[in-house]
Structure formats: structure tokens, C-alpha cells
Design a protein. Structure first.
Length: 444
């Protein structure tokens, strides 16, 4: 169906929480929306670690974007990688294979999200992948289950141990959740699956450069998480920054700073930091807007760029005094949609976004989680059930909610992990902190 030529043209870059929320909120007869993303699906990123550990299949957290928007007649979807934004001519260029598409806009919403940050060491990605995409999660899944399969073939215990040692770098929510699930996998789910060794002898090491786990949570919840992880059997190392990563293991600086320690481990997962999409650099250069160390672009209180009121930046890409969580992306996406609709209708716009903190949740393992909601602090089974409920609610499609619930029942009440299929491991191209080759400075 063709969109009205007289409608206000909005281009949204990114189909994550921010981009999808903005697109859905722009369901207005005076607006024509074009959503551009490099993938044809919306990714529910908080559950990626469950894909990596075999609880969920990739399809359960990646509903097709066209399916999500099928009833929204004013929305069009383009699959392609955005390589240029011409702010003076108001054009967005995207590439899909050999095809190039140029899309014009009246308003632009940039919600391209973030990628892993290796803090100046992009070579670490070759041996310690992060979790920002389905490909990342499947690669990690292949490494985890491949390590157990290799351990079955190794005869010598000393040679087997590096295959049964799993290192998670970063003790934020993703790192804590990953470490807890690796313990659950080795202690429960793989019980009696192997004959040459006992999977429960696997070692899980959680490395954190700072002095506490879950540093953004209340100190009491951080202490509770550390206690639960230790009781589960996770080897938690605080004040232990990683200084090197290679195929055979990691090297960390000792907590007292006196030297380094080597940990032999074939499987490493990076959960230590994020960096805004390289598109942020293109926008910052074009408008002389500052960026912070994480690559986020300074925006005005209404999420627009300086001297470019028609361009909005939302979610992980914007630099405002708000946390980098999914709720920020959702709320900022809806906020800028309201701003655009108000302009189309000739109504006054809001001066600034008002973020409503709906709390923070992190799961540790089966029946263990922590929750911070306003003044309320919860831990244990109640927090875990709340975590399950909230994540089910925020999944986009009912079918996905139902499938995820079924797999949770199988995995958490039983022992099964049916999603063990993964591609054969292949060396990745290091890309996390590189600018796309086709990006060029936009005309100011």
C-alpha cells in the first residue's frame, strides 16, 4: 500500500526498543513512517543470554518487524544498513547487498542502539564475543556446548579443565545472568549427559574490574547477588580488570595491582561494556555535537540535536542523565513520536523528556533474582517471579510470550535444554569499535 504523498515523512533508523516504540506511537493519519534496520526482526535483547545457553530458540525473541507492524498501514519497513545521513538534504542512504536505497524525511529518529565495547582492545572480540545480536548468541552457544563435547573426547584431566572453564567478563546484569546460567547448565541440565567426565566439575569465573557486582543496584542487592553467586559455585573476582585475551585463556590484573594472573579457559564471554552505534559519530561530526566516552551523542532535553530540531536521537545513542536500559529506549521513542505528532497537528511540543524509572531487575539463577523498584528492594524467589512476569509482558507478540513461557517451564521446573543446535564455530571479523567504511561526514 502506498503512503500519502502529503503526509509528514518520518524515517526511523533501528528496530530495537526505541525505534519500534517510536514507529508504533507514530500511527497517525498525517504521518508516513519508514523504518530502516539491518535485520528484518525486532530483537528482545534482555533474553539473548537464554538463547546462548540453550533455554530459548532465536525465533522466540526475534519477531519479524513486518509482522509486528502488519496492521499499521502508515508504516513501511526497509531492510538495509544505513551508511550515510545527509542532514542538509534530509536524505538517508541504506544498502542491502548490491542495492542502494535513498529515503527522504521531514523528521528523523535515530535509534541504532549500541554494540560491545572492548575499551580500546577490539582484538579481544575474536576470542571473547559479546552478546548484542542473534549471531553473537548462537556463536556463544556453539562455543559452550562445543566445549563440553570436546571435554568428552579429551583423556587427560589437566587438558580437559581449560575446556570446562568458562570466563564471563563484566558483572553487570548480563554478566551475572550469564554466569548463573552456566552454573545451572553444568550442574543440572547436563547431568548424566556425558560418560568421560562429570559436567558439574565445570568452573565458572566472573571477572569484574570494579569493586562490586551489579554496581548500578543498591549496595544491599549487590551484596546479596555476590552471596548467591558464591553459593552457586561461581568464582567471582572483583577489582580484576582483563589485560589480555587469547584463544587459550585470559590474563587479569590482580586485585591488589601487584601483578597479573593467567586463567586457562577456552570459552570466554564479554559482558563488560557497550558503545553507541557508529552512526552517532556521523551525527556528532555533522552538528559539532560532543560525544561521551561511550560514543553517545549530546542531545537537547527534548532528544533533538543542536540546531537540528527535526532530528531526534533516542535510546542507547543519546547522552542524557538517564540509565542505559530498555525502558529509556521505549520511553524516549514514544516521547519523540509525541513531539512529531504535535508538530504535525500544530500543537505545542514538550520542552523535555520526563523519564519514569520503573525499576531494575536482574536474575541470578533459578529461583534467585534481585529487584529494585522505587524504595522497594526484593531478592530471592519473589524477585525471580517478578523478573519472569515483567519480561513476558514486554515481549512484543502473544505467540512469543506463549513459546517462551513453555520453554521456561521445561527448563526451570524440569532439567531440559532443548535448544542446543548451533553453527560450527568460525573466527569473526573484529568490528565492534570500527566505523563503517561507507560512512562519510554529512553536510552541515
Amino acid at each position: 500500500m502506498s503512503l500519502p504523498s502529503t503526509a509528514h515523512r518520518v524515517v526511523v533508523i533501528g528496530s530495537g526498543f526505541g525505534g519500534l516504540s517510536a514507529t508504533q506511537a507514530l500511527d497517525h493519519e498525517g504521518v508516513a513512517v519508514t523504518l530502516i534496520d539491518r535485520t528484518p526482526h525486532h530483537l528482545f535483547q534482555p533474553l539473548l543470554y537464554q538463547v546462548a545457553t540453550g533455554i530459548l530458540s532465536e525465533g522466540e525473541i526475534t519477531p519479524p518487524t513486518r509482522e509486528v507492524l502488519r496492521r499499521q498501514k502508515n508504516a513501511r519497513v526497509i531492510v538495509g544498513e544505513v551508511t550515510d545521513i545527509d542532514l542538509s538534504r534530509r536524505l538517508v542512504t541504506s544498502h542491502s547487498g548490491e542495492l542502494t536505497t535513498v529515503t527522504s524525511y521531514d523528521s528523523l529518529v535515530v535509534a541504532a542502539g549500541s554494540t560491545h565495547s572492548y575499551f580500546g582492545h577490539p582484538q579481544f572480540e575474536v576470542h571473547a564475543p559479546g552478546m548484542k545480536s542473534i549471531d553473537d548468541a548462537l556463536r556463544i552457544r556453539g562455543a559452550i556446548y562445543g566445549a563440553f563435547e570436546t571435554a568428552e573426547l579429551v583423556k587427560d584431566d589437566s587438558e580437559r579443565m581449560p575446556w570446562l572453564t568458562f570466563v564471563v567478563v563484566g558483572a553487570g546484569p548480563t554478566g551475572v545472568e550469564m554466569a548463573g546460567q552456566l552454573v545451572e547448565l553444568s550442574r543440572r541440565s547436563l547431568d548424566r549427559n556425558f560418560r568421560s567426565f562429570d559436567p558439574s566439575t565445570a568452573r565458572v569465573v566472573l571477572l569484574e574490574a570494579g569493586p562490586q557486582v551489579l554496581s548500578t543496584f543498591a549496595p544491599s542487592l549487590s551484596r546479596r547477588t555476590l552471596r548467591d553467586l558464591t553459593r552457586l559455585g561461581v568464582d567471582v573476582r572483583l577489582n580484576s580488570p582483563v589485560v589480555d585475551v587469547d584463544e587459550l585463556g585470559v590474563t587479569v590484573r590482580s586485585a591488589d595491582g601487584s601483578g597479573t594472573e593467567r586463567i586457562e579457559a577456552r570459552t570466554k564471554v564479554w559482558a563488560a561494556g557497550v558503545r553507541a552505534s557508529p552512526l552517532g559519530g556521523l551525527l556528532a561530526d555533522a552538528t559539532d555535537s560532543p560525544r561521551n566516552r561511550a560514543g553517545q551523542v549530546d542531545v537537547l532535553p527534548d532528544c533533538s540535536l543542536r540546531d537540528r530540531p527535526e532530528v531526534f536521537v533516542v535510546g542507547d545513542m543519546m547522552h542524557l542523565s538517564v540509565p542505559g536500559v530498555a525502558q529509556v529506549a521505549i520511553q524516549s521513542g514514544r516521547f519523540v513520536a509525541r513531539q512529531i505528532v504535535a508538530r504535525v497537528e500544530g500543537r505545542p511540543t514538550e520542552r523535555s523528556i520526563r523519564y519514569r524509572d520503573k525499576g531494575s531487575l536482574a536474575t541470578i539463577s533459578r529461583f534467585r533474582a534481585v529487584a529494585s523498584i522505587g524504595p522497594l528492594r526484593l531478592a530471592g524467589t519473589i524477585a525471580w517471579l517478578l523478573w519472569l512476569f515483567v519480561h513476558l509482558i514486554y515481549l512484543v507478540c502473544f505467540k512469543n510470550r506463549l513459546l517462551v513461557l513453555i520453554h521456561w517451564v521445561i527448563s526451570f521446573l524440569g532439567r531440559g535444554r532443548q535448544e542446543r543446535t548451533a553453527p560450527a564455530p568460525t573466527p569473526p571479523t573484529t568490528h565492534s569499535e570500527a566505523q563503517p567504511s561507507l560512512l562519510r561526514k554529512a553536510a552541515s
